[in-house]
Every structure is written in C-alpha cells, then in structure tokens.
Write a protein of this length. Structure first.
Length: 60
C-alpha cells in the first residue's frame, strides 16, 4: 500500500481491528527500501562487472 501526503511511502497492514481500523507500519522489505532511495538490485552481470568473480570455498 502506498500513501501520499505527510506520510508518503510504502506501508503494510500490521493489524486489522474488528471495528475496521487498520494499523500500518513502514514496508521494511529490501525491495521497498531500495525503491525509497531510487535504487535497485544489481543483475548478476552488473554485480560481476563491479566486483569481479567472487571466490568460493567449493562447498556449494
């Protein structure tokens, strides 16, 4: 759920009360946090471009 005005941002319903009121909290998912800052996750190709191939311990 996205709100605008003084409380602009992404929120999720934390509680729905019997009288119809709802309690909201900020969406703290990675996707929402990246979106708030105009960022996004790197594609695997972009990650490798920036950081190179990561070393592994051959365990998976």
């Amino acid at each position: 759920m996205t709100l605008s005005g003084d409380l602009a941002g992404d929120y999720v319903v934390e509680e729905q009360r019997p009288d119809g009121r709802v309690v909201l909290r900020p969406d703290l998912s990675v996707r929402a946090m990246l979106s708030r800052h105009g960022e996004r996750q790197l594609t695997p190709e972009e990650f490798e471009q920036h950081f190179g191939k990561l070393l592994t311990d051959d365990e998976g």
